[in-house]
Design a protein around this ligand. Structure first.
Ligand code: FPP
Length: 245
């Protein structure tokens, strides 16, 4: 098993899981079969991330825009999510994984939201890895929500405008308390962020693979991590400055 050195390992990996529909179409199957297969990739990826020692794994499971999909696909995705949460709890506990979420979870059907809150509560003291599910998530909406909360804070005298900086702003985002993603992976060959972590991803390394999400396995994940390990993250500085620091 190829292991990774802590030095070159991303602390936070975020994944845009794309290509479930195309995977199914290629096989003449209904789209939902692609999503079903995609859940297996979720399990594989969570397990491997935990083994390798990644501290935060965020998965874009359902975007704000996904509510516009046909109603039956949305309900089947919600059913898959519910089943996943129900079946996964034991494994999360056993592997010391805490579940969290980002997004407007009030829009989720009650039973899914309640199950999510249950699993979050049950796993809240686990600390080997954080698995964060982005559900009903949109990056622009998140920024607008933060701006509104800050404006309210200012009106109430709880936020001083001259103290507002990037760090304070970040505390009003869903990702409050989480490090920014070091690496965002997108499967299926699309090269866009699609409203995912657009504030947090300002300096994130991007990795795109042709692999469709249901085919994303341990080897594909490790290829992304190896690619990341070779990169030099300069955050606007020069290579020489980094060597000197
Ligand atoms: C994108 O593929 C995938 C989604 C919109 C849903 C992702 C959901 C899962 C992997 C399963 C449920 C998640 C969890 C965490 C249990 P697409 O449908 O846009 O594919 P296409 O672009 O090929 O049509």
């Amino acid at each position: 098993m190829q292991e990774f050195s802590a030095q070159n390992l991303p602390r936070h990996v975020a994944i845009i899981m794309d290509g479930n529909g195309r995977w199914a179409k290629k096989r003449g199957l209904p789209r939902i079969m692609g999503h079903r297969q995609g859940v297996k990739s979720v399990r594989r990826t969570v397990t491997r991330a935990r083994e390798i020692g990644i501290k935060y794994l965020t998965l874009y499971a359902f975007s704000q825009e996904n509510w516009q999909r046909p109603q039956d696909e949305v309900s089947l995705l919600m059913d898959l999510l519910y089943d996943y949460l129900e079946k996964e709890l034991d494994r999360l506990l056993k592997n010391d994984i805490r579940l969290t979420t980002i997004g407007d979870i009030d829009r989720l059907p009650n039973r899914v939201r309640e199950k999510l809150l249950d699993v979050m509560e049950e796993t809240k003291d686990r600390d080997a890895m954080v698995l964060c599910l982005a559900l009903s998530y949109g990056g622009r909406q998140e920024i607008v929500m933060a701006a509104k909360a800050i404006a309210q804070g200012v009106l109430r005298g709880e936020v001083q405008l001259d103290q507002l900086d990037e760090a304070l702003f970040s505390r009003f985002l869903y990702t409050k308390g989480m490090p920014d993603p070091d690496l965002i992976i997108r499967t299926s060959g699309e090269m866009r962020l699609s409203n995912f972590l657009i504030f947090q991803g300002a300096y994130t390394e991007l990795y795109f693979t042709q692999t469709l999400w249901p085919d994303f396995d341990e080897a594909a994940f490790e290829a992304a991590l190896k690619d990341y390990a070779r990169r030099e993250r300069r955050f606007g500085k020069t290579s020489e400055q980094l060597l000197g620091s």
